[in-house]
Design a protein around this ligand. Structure first.
Ligand code: ATP
Length: 191
């Protein structure tokens, strides 16, 4: 599968936890297809604003788990606000920005589709469609597992939304089962 990224604009990665979004972007940075500064990651921004990438609320009594979950939501809200402001600045400067977050809900994607439209920039979705059993296996190997229940919930949302994504207003939507089969290039000038 051949995909050409636009010279400038917004590229959303879409996929549940463990679908390999960050791993793929790391590879693309290593082989110099993209620059580190072109990637904006929600995990990085959670660390920047809240000192943590992930808060593990599983295994805590319900009251404590609720408090931890709320703290995580607050950190996420601030992280996404900062990210959006950076993405908008980069779009105004005619830069390419690739956003590394799950983007499972139409409302999350709509924010960026509207931003791209307003700034007359292209917007693509690269959708990582990996089997649930693989996502769960990878989760168990991770340093900070997201937890089977959470991954399964994400897969449910993802499968429900997958078909309608093509009609949301993206300039291109690519559904990718295996990133090793993707030949990713980029447009080198603003044609
Ligand atoms: P999250 O949304 O939770 O940040 P993600 O989609 O960015 O997840 P990664 O952080 O890239 O996923 O990967 C999660 C785990 O899955 C890591 O332990 C990584 O090594 C493993 N992994 C990712 N891609 C692959 C792959 N293609 N083959 C095998 N393991 C992989």
């Amino acid at each position: 599968m051949r995909i050409q990224l636009p010279y400038a604009g917004i590229v959303l990665l879409v996929g549940p936890s463990n679908s390999g979004k960050s791993t793929w972007l790391k590879q693309l940075i290593e082989d110099e297809t993209i620059r580190p500064s072109e990637v904006v990651s929600s995990d990085d921004y959670r660390k920047l604003v809240g000192d943590v990438e992930h808060i593990d609320w599983k295994g805590h009594p319900p009251d404590e788990a609720d408090t931890l979950y709320e703290a995580y939501q607050d950190i996420s809200t601030e992280a996404f606000a900062l990210m959006t402001s950076l993405i908008e600045a980069r779009a105004r400067l005619n830069k390419l920005t690739i956003i590394d977050a799950t983007h499972l809900y139409a409302s999350d994607r709509k924010t960026y589709i509207e931003l791209a439209r307003r700034l007359h920039q292209p917007i693509y979705a690269l959708v990582l469609d990996v089997e649930q059993h693989t996502l769960l296996e990878r989760d168990q190997q991770r340093d900070f597992p997201r937890g089977g229940r959470r991954v399964k919930q994400q897969v449910q949302v993802f499968n429900r939304e997958k078909r309608s994504m093509k009609r949301e207003g993206f300039d291109q939507v690519h559904v990718i089962a295996n990133v090793d089969e993707v030949d990713l290039t980029r447009q080198m000038n603003n044609r």
